[in-house]
Design a protein around this ligand. Structure first.
Ligand code: AMP
Length: 356
């Protein structure tokens, strides 16, 4: 969708009656709760009737109105109806994954953020070009598995939530476990502690860490809970278990709150700033929430293994604010911050600067 279309689409919108809309999944309770706190009406698309029951159990997290569909692709047939309701879509990981990247790109609805980021984020080569181009350090890539000389993590392309990833320490181990039918990349397994950093970049407000254009906020950070790797030691050492043919997996099941030693925070901001600045030259700039997934080594160096360019589920422990967002505004979640940005842009007639 071109910028021109978004401007055209918004002219038919009743700006006094905007509705925040997303699919009921992932971080939608927080998105609806945040929108509600900022005075927006909300609309939740439920895929499959059964889910509504769960959302009804959270009066302050559920949408004002539900739209029930059988399948994600049915959303594509509802765009006229949704536009008549003046919806602004707030995308999240499940929304993009289950609708499909191509369909998400073509979705005829005003959407928070710059959708062009998807191309850069979903292709591991382009992602590396972006992050390393911004001066960030990524885990080393091993191009030829014959040269595995240290523990590596093998990642299948497009696999979400760490599904199917495995660790190998030698070429033989790699050969035994790899599924050659799938596209994969091999990365150095970085030893250290994981921090998933949740930022918010506003191109139109100067309320945070000042940048050459707009400003950056650090809203929170989490550590993911991943099964089975995070608990596998309850049964024995990984080496012991692997001998029995039991291999750890990296499937995300939840998120835990965390704070970082304060002396590392300047670097956190510098990394966020660099990634946003680089994105401006590459595809016109990232907007709103994004997450850098990092490992901090014993030398206190950050290695960034991935970026997610929208609200991540790791922000969910912070519906009532985080130790960082409390220093910006009480009770500020990422969902609420998104609603604030839409509210501010609407008031200043700048919606086209934050939507695509
Ligand atoms: P990803 O899908 O890239 O977010 O990776 C899934 C999980 O694998 C992460 O949350 C980490 O626990 C782990 N992981 C990914 N890359 C690395 C790496 N290079 N070194 C160590 N652990 C990693």
């Amino acid at each position: 969708m071109s910028k021109k279309n978004i401007t055209d689409m918004l002219t038919s919108y009743d700006k006094k009656d905007l509705r925040i809309c997303t699919v009921c999944s992932h971080s939608s309770l927080q998105i609806f709760n945040g929108a509600r706190k900022e005075g927006f009406k909300t609309l939740g698309i439920v895929v499959g009737k059964k889910r509504k029951k769960m959302y009804d159990a959270f009066p302050l997290g559920k949408p004002d109105e539900f739209l029930i569909v059988d399948d994600y692709k049915d959303i594509l047939d509802l765009t006229d109806e949704l536009r008549e309701k003046n919806v602004i879509v707030v995308p999240h990981g499940s929304f993009v994954e289950y609708l499909g990247a191509d369909k998400f790109m073509d979705l005829d609805l005003p959407t928070f953020g710059n959708r062009d980021v998807l191309m850069w984020e979903s292709d591991r080569k382009m992602e590396r070009k972006w992050l390393e181009g911004a001066g960030l350090t990524m885990p080393k890539e091993i191009k030829d598995p014959h040269y595995i000389e240290q523990p590596v993590i093998v990642k299948y392309h497009g696999a979400k939530g760490g599904r199917g990833f495995f660790i190998a320490k030698t070429y033989e181990e790699f050969k035994k476990r790899v599924d050659k039918k799938k596209k994969y990349s091999i990365q150095e397994f970085v030893m250290g502690t994981r921090y998933y950093l949740h930022y918010f970049y506003s191109p139109i407000q100067n309320t945070g860490y000042k940048m050459k254009k707009g400003s950056l906020q650090m809203l929170s950070m989490d550590r993911r809970d991943e099964t089975t790797i995070d608990e596998v030691q309850r049964l024995g050492s990984i080496a012991e278990l692997e001998e029995l043919g039991i291999h750890p997996t990296f499937v995300v099941t939840g998120n835990m709150p965390i704070v970082m030693r304060e002396s590392l925070l300047p670097k956190v901001f510098e990394m966020g700033e660099a990634v946003v600045n680089k994105s401006m030259g590459l595809f016109g700039g990232m907007i709103g929430s994004f997450c850098l997934e990092t490992v901090v080594t014993e030398n206190l160096e950050f290695k960034v293994f991935e970026i997610s360019a929208r609200i991540v589920a790791g922000t969910n422990p912070y519906i009532a604010g985080s130790p960082y967002s409390e220093l910006i505004q009480p009770d500020l979640s990422t969902g609420r911050r998104i609603a604030q940005e839409i509210k501010y842009a609407n008031k200043k007639n700048m919606l086209d600067k934050i939507l695509s």
